[in-house]
Design a protein around this ligand. Structure first.
Ligand code: GAL
Length: 339
């Protein structure tokens, strides 16, 4: 009997240490647990919502909204070399406390920050959805900030309505040839538009087109082979809704609707989340991670992250719920809709 207890004790111990190792500094992860609390290498809950990730100099950098209790507190940045364990690098872009007239004066709303590295200017360029202090969501502008380093600090450059269009939920996309694009919800979110960026990525060019008018937001885009895939959500504020994917051979369209990619419990509500980014995994050709936010409007800081692998075959995109998964499992994964 005593031996049985000893065996059980060991079994429980081994299983526990496989899931995640608790260290003095925090938790070290060896897998993703979508929608679970996710802490950084110091044990603090990661605060990077509506975010995006770039890979630069052998590291990933995750930029996202820093949230207090509801308030917008700027843009946080974390770094990682394995995508599971993230080190807090600081506040990449802070609201302006010195100048109450600044577009980014404290009290403004900064959402959905995305960063690209510009090879020509050797600068990191951040775009974000900006709402001016005291105006709710009326201003509908895009903000741009710049830095010499991935982790910042970023310096605010300007804010505007691209080509005069309202601009709320947004993402950036850098194509293989270095051309970059801003994809944004416009006309009270009824339109989704794309504009090609200037060579320095600091302004939109006049090449600015309507993608479709379907009342969609939370754009997250990726390129697979010679096609572009665009995941969006409906417009129900912080509440989750049904995702959709459109596919096109050109960023300027025409875009074809190919359905809801989510599979699993609450798939019709994007598992309780809302798209924010699709991240190409380095060293794993044609493998992507879908990133979403499971918002907690009562305490936005406490919103969770849903990261899941994307599977694509013959234009069919599938994002299946998994309680836990790791990057190793992708190697053996059959890349077919039935996998
Ligand atoms: C959502 C949007 C979020 C945030 C929120 C505010 O529709 O995706 O980024 O703007 O509305 O209610």
């Amino acid at each position: 009997m005593k031996n049985l207890f000893v065996c059980l004790f060991f079994l429980v111990g081994i299983t526990g240490s496989c899931l995640a190792q608790n260290t003095k500094r925090g938790t070290s992860y060896d897998r993703f647990s979508p929608a679970a609390v996710w802490t950084d290498t110091k044990g603090e809950v990661i605060n990077a919502h509506g975010g995006g990730v770039i890979f630069d100099n052998k590291k990933y950098y995750w930029f996202g909204e820093k949230r207090g209790r509801g308030a917008s507190e700027g843009v946080n940045v974390y770094s990682s070399s394995d995508l599971y364990n993230w080190t807090f690098e600081g506040l990449a872009l802070a609201p302006d406390d010195a100048d109450p007239e600044s577009d980014i004066a404290r009290g403004c709303i900064m959402e959905r920050p995305k960063v690209l590295y510009n090879e020509k200017t050797k600068k990191y360029v951040m775009w974000f959805h900006l709402e001016l202090k005291g105006q709710g969501y009326k201003a509908a502008r895009a903000g741009v900030a710049i830095s010499d380093n991935a982790t910042g600090p970023y310096k605010f450059v300007s804010s505007f309505r691209p080509n005069g269009n309202m601009s709320r939920d947004m993402t950036l996309f850098k194509d293989d040839n270095g051309d970059a694009y801003h994809i944004y919800s416009s006309r009270e979110n009824y339109d989704l538009r794309v504009s090609k960026l200037s060579d320095d990525y600091l302004t939109p060019t006049a090449q600015d087109t309507l993608l479709f008018s379907k009342h969609r937001e939370a754009p997250a885009i990726f390129r697979y082979k010679d096609k572009y895939y665009l995941v969006t959500s409906g417009c129900t504020g912080w509440a989750p809704n049904k995702a959709s994917v459109h596919v096109s051979k050109s960023l300027f369209g025409p875009w074809q609707y190919i359905g809801d990619p989510m599979i699993g419990p609450q798939s019709e509500l994007t598992f309780g989340g809302q798209s924010t980014y699709v991240l190409p995994i380095q060293g794993k050709k044609d493998q992507f991670i879908f990133m979403a936010d499971k918002w907690n409007p009562k305490d936005l800081k406490d919103s969770r992250y849903i990261w899941l692998p994307v599977s694509i075959k013959d234009d069919a995109v599938q994002i299946k719920w998994q309680d836990q998964w790791d990057l190793k499992s992708l190697n053996n994964k059959r890349r077919s809709p039935g996998s």
